[in-house]
Design a protein around this ligand. Structure first.
Ligand SMILES: [Zn+2]
Length: 526
């Protein structure tokens, strides 16, 4: 990249790029340019016009040599706390995953672990072109926030929140509904001491979501927002659900919740669910007897005729600031509820294939539901690349057509729809589309440079399909967030990647030891 001056410029022109704006008119400039001042896009259009109008005003001129410029990608469901748990729960059933691996792991995390885990996760997110993510609900928001500030990306952070349910770790089971929501004065928390003493480790667990909101919302140059979380309906009392709804309204923030993610019961699968035309006796029978699946449990305990979405509609919980992750086992009536109330859905194709099932994404999009893309956490997916999720989303939803309707449909989730899910729909899902999700005048300068001139993408006849079907994480070469390069020529500028990898290996080993997690050998290890 050529420059007229140093790195710390407040104005910049990027030119000679294929610019995929993802704006309302779906404009793509074959040879486009963009003028940026500080953190904002001030002009966008044909390269020649941008150069003519703004060259004399700019500190820095960057020739992208025909590479592709995209809005920063948005990952709307990721567990930053779980990055140190990558590989600890492969090929295990859901109950083993939860009770023997993930809950012991998460309940033994310190704030330092959360900080390192978020840094490691952030590195992978940035390499895959992500400039904004929605945390699904993990441990120690303060550790996450410190990492996000350093990484230079944007995030909606959420504390994992539970106030009931079977088999929870003791420290989580002790929390009351008020502990989860209200401001609880914390006499021992020492803001100046990042490393945890025993006293502040214990009391930091007691930080309520409102306290975390007060402390971190709109910090880090307003790149951090704090949302409220509901881990899942099975671990939430009605009081927690309704107080969370009311607190989010009061704070004007969002709610992130996993919804309708576990298998239906046999009877429901057989009759109603759109997403499960698979033979239920082949898929569901085995599991129904083993664990209380979400929809069945809700039907049994909360007196509704389907599952979680039906129940949440009944109690008035569904609203347009709710980001519903997974949302696999919903019927057509429930799709109507989600559409009517403006709930956003995060589709996580890799995690769905490992643990959950086929979500009726085509039907949701047809019902005008805003659907975006997420990776889920490292123990559910292993790869935190939204580039991979774009490819999977398209293939899985095309493949599901055979399964659901008995015939192929190669037009299901076309490339332009998938690209929209990873950009502007992502921005709408995190309630931030007034500032991010597309390249337009007045929006934040969050953007990604893709090099399509390598073996994985050449030849490029159609930019949009190439971005969805050919692009690999390795094609993402540079990433800008809030007007600052956070990765340039594949080198992360905001943090020391090698030092973080080294710290992560050590922290992960110690954490697993503390949590008593050991993995059986799969082969004859000598
Ligand atoms: Zn998740």
């Amino acid at each position: 990249m050529e420059t007229k001056s140093g790195n710390a410029s407040s104005t910049m022109i990027l030119h000679n790029a294929v610019i995929v704006t993802m704006d309302n008119e779906s404009r793509v400039f074959r040879n486009g340019g963009v003028f940026i001042a500080r953190d904002q896009i001030k002009a966008i259009g044909q390269s020649a016009d941008i150069l003519r109008q703004f060259s004399s005003l700019t500190d820095q001129l960057v020739d992208l040599h025909g590479r592709i410029l995209l809005p920063g990608l948005i990952n709307t469901h990721v567990h930053t706390s779980q990055q140190l748990a990558r590989g600890i729960a492969d090929d295990v059933d859901l109950m083993t995953w939860l009770h023997d691996r993930i809950w012991p792991y998460e309940s033994n995390m310190t704030e330092e672990d959360s900080y390192i885990s978020t840094l490691l996760c952030g590195i992978e997110l940035i390499h895959s072109g992500v400039t904004c993510f929605a945390e699904a609900g993990g441990q120690h928001v303060t550790g996450m926030a410190k990492a996000v500030e350093l990484l230079g990306i944007r995030a909606c952070l959420v504390q994992s929140t539970t106030d009931s349910g079977e088999g929870l770790p003791a420290s989580w089971a002790a929390r009351t509904t008020d502990d989860c929501i209200q401001v609880v004065r914390n006499l021992f928390y020492d803001l100046s001491n990042f490393y945890m003493t025993e006293a502040n480790f214990l009391t930091s667990r007691m930080q309520s979501q409102k306290q975390l909101y007060e402390k971190h919302h709109n910090t880090a140059d307003e790149r951090i927002r704090v949302w409220l979380g509901i881990r899942q309906v099975m671990n939430s009392t009605d009081a927690l659900l309704l107080k969370t709804r009311d607190a989010a309204r009061e704070l004007k923030t969002g709610i992130h919740m996993v919804l309708s993610s576990s298998f239906c019961s046999l009877s429901v699968a057989d009759e109603d669910c759109i997403g499960d035309r698979m033979e239920p006796e082949r898929v569901c029978v085995k599991h129904v007897a083993e664990i209380p699946y979400e929809n069945q449990l809700v039907m049994n305990t909360r007196e509704v005729d389907h599952g979680t979405v039906t129940y949440l509609d009944k109690i008035g919980f569904l609203q347009n600031n709710l980001l519903s992750a997974h949302t696999v086992w919903v019927n057509s009536t429930e799709i109507g509820f989600l559409s009517r109330t403006g709930v956003k859905v995060s589709h996580c194709p890799a995690a769905a294939m490992r643990m959950l099932g086929f979500a009726p994404i085509k039907e949701m999009l047809k019902a005008d539901i805003c659907v975006s893309l997420g990776t889920d956490g490292a123990p559910s997916n292993n790869r935190m690349s939204i580039v991979d999720e774009m490819y999977l989303a398209s293939l899985i939803n095309k493949g599901r057509e055979v399964f659901a309707n008995g015939t192929t449909d190669p037009t299901a989730l076309p490339a332009e729809t998938v690209l929209r899910m990873a950009t502007i729909n992502g921005a709408k899902s995190v309630l931030w589309d007034n500032e991010i999700g597309s390249l337009e005048i007045g929006k934040k300068a969050d953007m990604v440079v893709v090099d399509p001139f390598s073996w994985s993408m050449v030849p490029v006849h159609d930019w949009i399909t190439s971005l969805v079907y050919c692009m690999r994480t390795e094609n993402v070469v540079s990433v800008m967030c809030n007007g600052q390069w956070i990765m340039k020529d594949k080198k992360i500028l905001s943090v020391d990647e090698r030092a973080i990898i080294s710290a992560a290996k050590q922290a992960s080993t110690e954490l697993l030891k503390r949590a008593g997690i050991t993995l059986p050998n799969r082969m004859n290890v000598l």
